[in-house]
Design a protein around this ligand. Sequence first.
Ligand SMILES: C[S@@+](CC[C@H](N)C(=O)[O-])C[C@H]1O[C@@H](n2cnc3c(N)ncnc32)[C@H](O)[C@@H]1O
Length: 257
Amino acid sequence: MSSSERPDYVQQNVANWTRANAEYTDASAARAWAEEEIRWGVWRTPESDLNVLGDVDGLDIVELGCGTAYFSAWLARRGARVVGVDPTPAQLETARRLQRETGIEFPLIEAIGEDVPLPDASFDIVHSEYGAAIWADPYRWIPEAARLVRPGGRLIFLRNSTLSVLCMTMEEVGEQLVRPQFGLHKVDWQDTHEVEFHLGHGDWIELLRTNGFQLERLVELFAPADAETHSYYKYVTADWARRWPAEELWVTRLHDG
Ligand SMILES: C[S@@+](CC[C@H](N)C(=O)[O-])C[C@H]1O[C@@H](n2cnc3c(N)ncnc32)[C@H](O)[C@@H]1O
């Protein structure tokens, strides 16, 4: 699919991610690439506490919405054969620069999670950390993930919790429900013109099962007792996230035969 054939929401989101790259992701990417530990989410829960990925050495992994590709770099450093996919050229340019600087090289492809130019059944894990997981239409990218993953392979993705989305205004995640869960799908942010996609848990499970995925774990991430509100992701406070799960990590496996 050429850039001009993409849905309107993709053009809007790419414009926003191009701006975000200039404002902060390019500057912060080197630090993220250099992290020793794999960590999950705003409060940086160590993978060693959660054991979601297991040993990735020798596995084929595609990250849909890889951004500046720090997560892909963490996986490549552990021996995975990684491919990063993202529609925003500026984000991929940062990733390429860091590949040159670190010597950690893997293919990077400019594409959306809804339409990935890679062969069927070619990955052990399809992964997304706030990439396709929230920016791609799940009714298009989950079937695409099912096409890409090998039978018995996994789809793993991290996203805002549905509860936090139901409580999220343009300013903050509050303590009241501000949008219905009935019909929850495309969320248009009027202030930034970003478009995100979110579903209720029942709809997620139905969609995953329809596409052959079995849910293995749904890990709800909370802020630790001593956490402070993140300086950039301040829309959700540490106080909120100590009491309710602000993020959720979905671990699923494609039927084997
Ligand atoms: C929060 S960043 C991802 C962070 C990433 N894990 C990293 O290591 O930098 C979100 C990314 O999603 C990408 N994106 C936007 N629309 C997308 C779509 N339809 N499919 C896949 N990725 C998309 C954006 O270009 C952006 O780079």
